[in-house]
Write a protein that binds this ligand. Structure first.
Ligand SMILES: C[S@@+](CC[C@H](N)C(=O)[O-])C[C@H]1O[C@@H](n2cnc3c(N)ncnc32)[C@H](O)[C@@H]1O
Length: 403
């Protein structure tokens, strides 16, 4: 799915940076997994990946990309799909490394979910479509009704133990992705658009997530600050948020969609939604890495890095972020030499790459928003409005004998 700050265009660079940080095999930890793209990439290259993120919708993607052994058989719900035609191979376009025969049950299951289920008026219709009193325009009433029906069906299959965990997570990522493609937004879910975009009027279409083959990994929904000591790895990839935009406030609809099939009804979640955009309460779990208050962000990151049980670290950050380049370099250098008895100047092992990057513009053309106001950017000195540089630091832990 579209995820603010996703590194889909930097995967090879990250691997290269990892090699510069001394990584040649073993376990990779993706500490701020987001869309799960980085973990999926490392798994596809044959590495074991462990990962975490604060968001539940991220957990769904991590589960599928790291823990799913292959296309599921959906045996427990065979009655529903046995006599149906599989949908076209375009629905498994993203998951190329498996043959289409193994995807046949999935292609029939999505035929059932997409075309055989009657629409239902559930939470998404009431809270995120104009059918509800709040008139929120994230989803067309038609797509919201289809999604509500699919969510209820997955929930019932789970409650009746007709699908196993990998099957459930796979279906959940399918609906998050399908909803994302028809969402009436211009980047993140921080606001919906007043007028319907063409994509929002398209009918909902379920497709397979980009499953890869590789060693089984481990997905988590834990705060990086709390779990860092347990994330033992050969390479730690750190890609924290870099500004004040909290992901929970910008991806609440995918979060709600990922949670609903795990609830016994819509009621528990529906009663919590509030505000103009139907947010889930998030302030209690706000990330300190998004804070500009005092040294909160720097302290949190320093605490993560100082305790990281890794052999090498690759750290991504934007030059426009809360932390300065000097602050990051200092944290990484201190980590690198922490266990070494430094009597003479150690050889510097830190490498910094700067990668020019096109700015992620949640307002697409730079001027669409609910209020009609334009968002102005303050580019770094010497950069155009659309250009931002991404830093990629690579550093390895110095061993005692090296000094
Ligand atoms: C820049 S994004 C990561 C993008 C990811 N690398 C990708 O390719 O999609 C930062 C992520 O950090 C997560 N996050 C923020 N604070 C966190 C924390 N304290 N612990 C774990 N995850 C956190 C956010 O939910 C968000 O998904």
């Amino acid at each position: 799915m579209r995820w603010l700050g996703n590194k889909v265009q930097l995967l090879e660079e990250i691997l290269l940076a990892g090699e510069r940080a001394g990584f040649s095999g073993g376990t990779v930890c993706d500490l701020f997994a987001g869309s799960g793209t980085v973990g999926r990439f490392f798994r596809s290259r044959g590495y074991k990946v462990i990962s975490t993120d604060l968001m539940h919708c991220s957990l769904a993607f991590q589960k599928v990309f790291l823990e799913c052994p292959g296309p599921p058989s959906f045996e427990g719900i065979r009655d529903h799909w046995d006599n149906l035609e599989p949908l076209g191979a375009d629905r498994i376009r993203n998951a190329q490394s498996f043959d289409s025969v193994t995807w046949e049950p999935f292609l029939k299951v999505i035929h059932f979910l997409e075309q055989e289920l009657p629409s239902r008026e559930g939470l998404l219709c009431r809270q995120f479509s104009p059918q509800g009193a709040a008139d929120r325009r994230y989803l067309s009433p038609d797509n919201a009704g289809r999604l509500d029906a699919i969510i209820e069906t997955i929930r019932n299959w789970r409650l009746q133990k007709k699908i196993n965990e990998p099957e459930m997570w796979l279906l959940i990522t399918c609906i998050i992705d399908a909803a994302d493609r028809v969402a009436n937004i211009s980047g993140t879910y921080g606001a919906y658009l007043k007028n319907w975009q063409q994509n929002a009027l398209n009918p909902l279409k379920l497709t397979a997530p980009a499953l890869v083959q590789g060693p089984l990994g481990q997905a988590n929904r834990l705060d990086a600050i709390d779990c860092i000591e347990e994330m033992e790895c050969d390479l730690l990839y750190i890609d924290p948020p870099y500004n004040q935009r909290q992901y929970a406030a910008n991806y609440h609809l995918p979060e709600v969609i990922s949670l609903l099939p795990l609830e016994d009804s819509d009621a528990g979640i529906e009663s919590q939604l509030y505000g103009k955009t139907g947010l889930l309460p998030w302030k209690d779990s706000a990330s300190s890495l998004c804070s500009r208050r005092g040294t909160e962000c720097r302290d949190a990151m320093a605490s993560i890095i100082s305790r990281a049980p890794a052999q090498g670290i690759v750290f991504s950050y934007s030059e426009e972020g809360i932390l300065t380049r000097g602050e990051i370099e200092q944290m990484l250098e201190q980590w690198s030499v922490a266990d070494v008895d430094v009597e003479r100047e150690c050889e510097k092992e830190q490498i910094l790459h700067e990668i020019p990057y096109r700015r992620f513009r949640s307002d697409k053309e730079g001027r669409v928003s609910r209020t009609g106001s334009s968002r102005s950017f303050h580019p770094a000195r010497g950069r155009s409005e659309d250009e931002v540089h991404e830093w990629l630091f690579a550093i390895k832990k110095l061993q005692e004998e090296r000094c």
